[in-house]
Design a protein around this ligand. Structure first.
Ligand code: GSH
Length: 212
């Protein structure tokens, strides 16, 4: 049985935004069975030697598929897509678009948004670096908004793993003010979050994961 390493307890601010949700959402969409190995972050479960052998960075999520260990949410979703044949086109050209937009989500878009969030969280709100990061993030979100004009999904005309990654990157700690002027991005995000598989995955997570 596929094992998913996810949070069992995490601090209140992070609960509901953690990256194990990317994997849980994908598994719901794909209809694959799995068992959760729940880790307690404040209790330092991620620092144990046992978990560091799974993920040397001591981060969630990770999977163990009958001995195939994969970490990094993007790598996990691409692996599950290839393995199940779901949320991933079978032709090389279609797959290239999913790879392209998965990498774009996790590098081109997530990097400035996450950096902005982190600088603000660390007390840098209102400083020059924060403003510079905000401008960088706003530029990427506006560019994405242009790409999404007239498109239902980001990589192909079907929902793929790239949409899970992009939607999740646009959520959580992202400054809502960055998304506000971008009607296509907002509609895209709402369309993806309206999917029943996301609602099921999120409801099960909220029931299971405790706030510290
Ligand atoms: N690049 C990684 C980032 C994973 C990540 O940042 N995980 C966070 C939870 S969302 C975590 O485990 N944080 C705990 C820590 O770093 O101590 C991925 O996409 O999987």
């Amino acid at each position: 049985m596929l094992k998913v390493y996810g949070f069992a307890r995490v601090n209140r601010g992070a609960r509901g935004n953690t990256r194990d949700l990317r994997v849980l959402w994908a598994l719901e969409e794909m209809g694959l069975g799995y068992e959760i190995v729940g880790l307690d972050h404040p209790n330092h479960d991620l620092d144990s030697a046992e978990y560091r052998a799974v993920n040397p960075f001591g981060q969630i999520p990770a999977i163990d598929d009958d001995g195939t260990v994969v970490t990094e949410s993007g790598a996990i979703l691409l692996y599950l897509g290839r393995q199940s044949g779901k949320l991933m086109p079978r032709d090389l050209a279609g797959e290239a678009q999913v790879l392209r937009w998965s990498v774009a989500a996790l590098s081109t878009v997530e990097l400035p948004l996450l950096s902005h969030w982190f600088v603000n969280l660390s007390g840098g709100k209102g400083t020059k670096p924060s403003e510079a990061l905000r401008g960088w993030g706003a530029m990427r979100v506006q560019q994405l908004d242009g790409w999404l004009a007239g498109r239902e999904f980001v990589a192909t005309d079907q929902f793929t793993v790239a949409d899970i990654l992009m939607t999740h990157v646009l959520g959580g700690g992202t400054d809502p003010g960055l998304l506000e002027p971008c009607a296509n991005v907002l509609a895209y995000r709402a369309r993806c979050l309206g999917r029943p598989a996301w609602e099921r995955a999120f409801a099960a997570y909220c029931e299971r994961v405790q706030a510290a």
